[in-house]
Design a protein around this ligand. Structure first.
Ligand code: AMP
Ligand code: MG
Length: 391
C-alpha cells in the first residue's frame, strides 16, 4: 500500500561528492570501452606475441599517460610500465622480474602463459549500461561514476522529514519530570533513525494533546517537508488526535491499523506528494514501525527499490516467544562469535522499555501463534543496517 501510494520526489543533479548515499535516477552507460585502450598490467617489456628471439633490443620507453607512438617489430621490445598503452606490434608484456637487461638489450628468463595485457573493452563495452536507476550510490558506485565522467549525476534529494510529538505528559529530556510526566525520548529516537536513513530532519516540536494545537503547528510549519511524522495519538482514545488532525489537514488515509506487535495503531496517509504517519507513542512501537513501514515510504520517495533484507540466522539462545494473534517484530542483536553470525532476541518487558532497543541491529519477525524457539534454530531476521538497493 505504501509503494502504491508514494510518488518519487523530483530528481536533482548534484556534484559527485554530494551524491554519495543518494539514489541514482538515471541509467548510466560507459562512454567508451573500458579500458579504452590495451594497457600493460605489469612493469616490464612489451614485445611481439610470438617473438621467440634470443635477445631483444629496447627501442622505446612508454610511460603511463603517454601515447605509444612506436611500432614494435620482431627482435624489438619497449620498456613499459603498469597502465601504459601497449604499442602497435606488441602482443605480450614480460614482467621485469623475468628479464635480464644489459644496456639496450634484454634476454627473457621466463615466459608466462599470460600476456599481462588488459585488453580494450575487456571490462565493459562502450554503451553498456553499468549503473541502473534506483541504485543507492555507495563508494564503489561514485568511483565508477567518476571513471565514466559523470560528475553531476541525477539523484533523489534527501527526504525532508518534519516530526511532531503529541502528549500532555511529555517534558523536554533536560527537565525533571513532575508528577505524571515523562521525558520525551521519541524525538531523540526519530532524529537518530532519520539520520541513519540519510533523510533530513527539517524540524521537531512538541505539541500537547489538543486537535487545534496540532493542526496549527503542522500548518504553521509551512510546506518544506516531504514526510510528516506524528508521534503518539494514533489510537482511538479521547485524546488521540492524530487521525482527526490528518483529516483536517486534507490527508487521505490509506490504513489506520496493521496486524503488528508492537505498533498496531499505525496510520499512513498522503496529501499530494506528501506522506504522513501517525506512530503509536511507545518507543519500541516507534522503532518497529519505523523499520517496517516508515523507512519503506522514505525509500519510495527516493525512488529506491524498497529493501526488505530478510535472512535466516541461527538463534544464539532460546527465544521465549509467546503465541500472539499478531505478527511480532522482536528487536534483536546480531553478533559474530567464532566466525559465525548469530542473533539474540533482546529482553523486552513492554513497548515502553527502551532497554529492549540497546544494540538492536535486527528485528525478528514472529508469525502469529508462534511459541518458544530453541537456541540453534535458524529464524528469519530483518537486518537493520542500511542495505544497498542494487542487484
Ligand atoms: P499514545 O500513543 O499517545 O497513546 O502513547 C502511548 C505511550 O507512549 C504512552 O505511555 C505515552 O506516554 C508514551 N509516549 C508517547 N509519546 C512519547 C514520547 N515522545 N516519548 C516517550 N514516551 C512517549
Ligand atoms: Mg498520547
Amino acid at each position: 500500500m505504501i509503494a502504491a501510494a508514494v510518488r518519487p520526489l523530483a530528481a536533482e543533479r548534484l556534484p559527485l561528492a554530494a551524491a554519495h548515499g543518494r539514489v541514482l535516477r538515471e541509467d548510466v552507460a560507459a562512454d567508451a570501452d573500458l579500458p579504452a585502450f590495451d594497457r600493460s598490467a605489469m612493469d616490464g617489456y612489451a614485445l611481439g606475441a610470438d617473438d621467440d628471439s634470443a635477445r631483444l633490443r629496447v627501442v622505446a620507453e612508454i610511460q603511463p599517460g603517454a601515447a605509444a607512438a612506436v611500432e614494435i617489430r620482431r627482435g624489438e621490445c619497449a620498456r613499459i610500465f603498469t597502465g601504459a598503452q601497449i604499442p602497435a606490434g606488441a602482443g605480450r608484456v614480460v614482467m621485469q622480474e623475468n628479464v635480464e637487461r644489459a644496456g639496450e638489450w634484454i634476454t627473457l628468463r621466463r615466459r608466462d602463459a599470460q600476456t599481462w595485457i588488459r585488453r580494450r573493452g575487456e571490462d565493459a563495452r562502450c554503451g553498456e549500461v553499468l549503473l541502473r536507476a534506483g541504485v543507492r550510490l555507495g563508494a564503489g558506485e561514485v568511483s565508477l561514476l567518476a571513471q565514466l565522467g559523470v560528475v553531476r549525476p541525477s539523484v533523489s534529494p534527501a527526504v525532508r522529514v518534519r516530526h511532531f510529538t503529541t502528549g500532555n505528559e511529555l517534558v523536554d529530556p533536560s527537565a525533571t519530570p513532575g508528577p505524571g510526566q515523562i521525558r520525551d525520548s521519541n524525538s531523540a529516537l526519530i532524529a537518530a533513525l532519520v539520520a541513519e536513513s540519510g533523510a533530513r530532519l527539517v524540524g521537531q516540536a512538541r505539541c500537547g494533546d489538543a486537535l487545534e494545537a496540532l493542526t496549527d503547528a503542522v500548518e504553521s510549519a509551512g510546506a518544506d517537508w516531504d514526510a510528516l511524522l506524528l508521534s503518539g495519538g494514533a489510537s482511538v482514545g479521547d485524546y488521540d488526535f492524530g487521525a482527526r488532525a490528518l483529516e483536517r489537514l486534507g490527508f487521505t488515509q490509506h490504513f489506520r491499523q496493521i496486524n503488528l506487535r508492537p505498533g498496531k495503531p499505525l496510520i499512513f496517509a498522503t496529501r499530494g506528494p506528501q506522506v504522513a504517519f501517525v506512530i503509536p507513542g511507545n518507543p519500541v512501537s516507534h522503532f518497529v514501525t519505523y523499520h517496517t513501514a516508515i523507512r519503506l515510504a522514505l525509500e519510495c520517495l527516493e525512488s529506491a527499490r524498497p529493501s526488505w533484507p530478510l535472512a535466516h540466522i541461527e538463534l544464539a539462545e532460546d527465544f521465549p516467544a509467546k503465541p500472539d494473534p499478531r505478527e511480532t517484530f522482536w528487536p534483536g542483536h546480531m553478533a559474530i562469535r567464532d566466525g559465525r553470525l548469530r542473533v539474540r532476541p533482546l529482553a523486552w518487558q513492554s513497548s515502553g522499555d527502551l532497554r529492549g532497543l540497546l544494540a538492536a541491529n535486527a528485528l525478528l519477525p514472529v508469525a502469529p501463534g508462534t511459541g518458544p524457539v530453541p537456541a540453534g534454530t535458524p529464524v528469519p531476521v530483518l537486518l537493520l543496517s542500511p542495505m544497498t538497493n542494487g542487484e
